[in-house]
Ligand binder design. Structure first.
Ligand code: KE4
Length: 427
């Protein structure tokens, strides 16, 4: 596979950009090899610097639910661009975006735009701490909420009372305010509340996990989390940066009929441009500056280009209602991989819901971080490259989710199923 242009670009990039990438997962360190560089994208396809066309199941990590460079999103950006790129003042686009978000996600009574998922979750946590006047937070192993210090924490020795930094540069004092628990474990959550009475400001979780591979909650788990947080006066934050508008028009909370207190959003609402948002109960959101004492700000928050792109994308979701079709295609992919695993005699799990899926090479059902790690990551790496050689691009890590878009037509899915079958057969 000719990678000359990507190799040359990567060599230049590594001189000036740490690891040659602007976000670690893009470096292919988890699956090995040299990352390809992309010069263009359209529909379900990426076009690499070496003029290879790849069927894309990463969709720029979720935003591209309508595929790449969709004409309506492109036109919306072009129209906005006629009037400038950023004003640093309120603008009509952000009002329309807020009205759409509130319409799609009824638990959101008020919403604040920002510029990334990281900002959204960082701000929501600060807001929950300001609202409850408590300092501790609970997160779950395997859930990723961006790279703010309070969230780069792993389970600590005092597992029920504090965490340990999960990155250099995070002070132990910060880690002491974060409790990290196993996902899908009711007893652990109950014990953590008992060990920290009246101290937990918020519980933040990905209601469907997309950053440890794709993991769904046990039946009733999310309802349990909702009940125990309400009982303790703790703010429940759903991080739907990845699942919002993807799992359903109203996200996981619509599908599961759970009402969180705050929701974090991103990705799809920017139509591929930088974006984040957090919103929820008005009595909590009204504590955000300039109304209240919890400070939060951003030069490019509500940027007209990102808003115009996101509005176009949300309106298409409203018109198309593509969710049943996306689930049908996702099931087709899932069934192809499961059948290939059976034929080859390789144990494989393919959790899937709608347009999200992942592939774990393990016989153990994956329901949390520990069982996800039982997946054979090396075998996944070989599978990843076998697919890439055949023109199918999966997330370059066994611990990421795959994404479908409305641009993945039957031919693309059929081709992907054939590639998955060949790749598994060759393992
Ligand atoms: P950003 O700061 O990357 O916009 O969003 C952080 C974030 C927050 N919450 C959830 C549920 C997320 O999935 C993310 C970011 N997702 C990763 C994918 N694993 C982005 C890809 C990357 O880090 O390069």
């Amino acid at each position: 596979m000719n990678q000359n242009q990507s190799e040359a670009l990567f060599a230049r990039a590594r001189q000036l950009i740490p690891g040659g990438v602007n976000s670690p997962v893009r470096a292919f360190r988890s699956v090995g090899g040299t990352p390809f560089f992309v010069k263009a994208a359209r529909g379900a396809m990426l076009i690499t610097a070496d003029d290879r066309e790849l069927i894309d199941f990463v969709c720029t990590w979720g935003p591209a639910i309508h595929g790449h460079n969709h004409p309506r999103i492109k036109a919306a950006i072009a129209t906005a661009l006629e009037h400038g790129t950023s004003f640093g003042t309120p603008n009509p686009y952000e009002v329309e975006m807020a009205e759409l978000i509130v319409k799609f996600v009824p638990s959101i009574q008020k919403v604040r735009m920002c510029n990334s998922g990281t900002e959204a979750t960082m701000s929501a946590i600060r807001l929950a701490r300001g609202f409850t006047k408590r300092d501790k937070i609970i997160k779950f192993a395997g859930c990723y909420h961006g790279h703010s210090d309070s969230l780069l924490i792993k389970a600590g020795s005092g597992a029920l009372t504090h965490g340990n930094p999960d990155s250099a540069g995070v002070p132990a004092s910060f880690a002491r305010e974060t409790v990290v628990l196993p996902y899908n474990d009711r007893a652990a959550l109950e014990a953590a509340f008992a060990a920290n009475p009246n101290q937990i400001a918020c519980v933040i979780l990905e209601p469907y996990c997309g950053n440890v591979g794709f993991i769904m909650p046990d039946p009733g788990y999310l309802q349990y989390v909702r009940e125990i947080t309400a009982k303790h006066g703790t703010v429940l934050i759903f991080d739907e940066v990845m699942t919002g508008f993807r799992i359903a028009k109203g996200g996981v909370q619509e599908r599961e009929k759970i009402t969180p207190d705050l929701t974090c959003l991103g990705k799809i609402i920017g139509g591929g441009l930088p974006v984040g948002a957090f919103g929820g109960r008005a009595d909590i959101m009204d504590l955000i500056a300039p109304l209240g004492p919890v400070y939060q700000a951003g030069t490019l928050s509500g940027n007209p280009l990102a808003m115009a792109a996101g509005i176009a994308g949300l309106r298409m979701l409203e018109e198309l209602n593509p969710y049943a079709r996306l689930d049908q295609l996702g099931r087709q992919l899932r069934d192809a991989v499961l059948a290939a695993g059976r034929a080859k005699g390789i144990p494989v799990q393919v959790p899937q819901c709608g347009s999200m899926f992942s592939i774990f090479f393990t016989a153990t059902p994956v329901r949390d971080y520990d069982t996800a790690l039982k997946g054979d990551a090396k075998l996944f790496g070989r599978f990843f490259h076998a697919c890439l050689e055949r023109g199918v691009y999966l997330a370059p890590s066994a611990y990421e989710a795959g994404f479908l878009s409305t641009a993945h037509d039957g031919a693309a899915i059929d081709r992907a199923c054939q590639v998955f079958e060949e790749a598994v057969r060759g393992l």
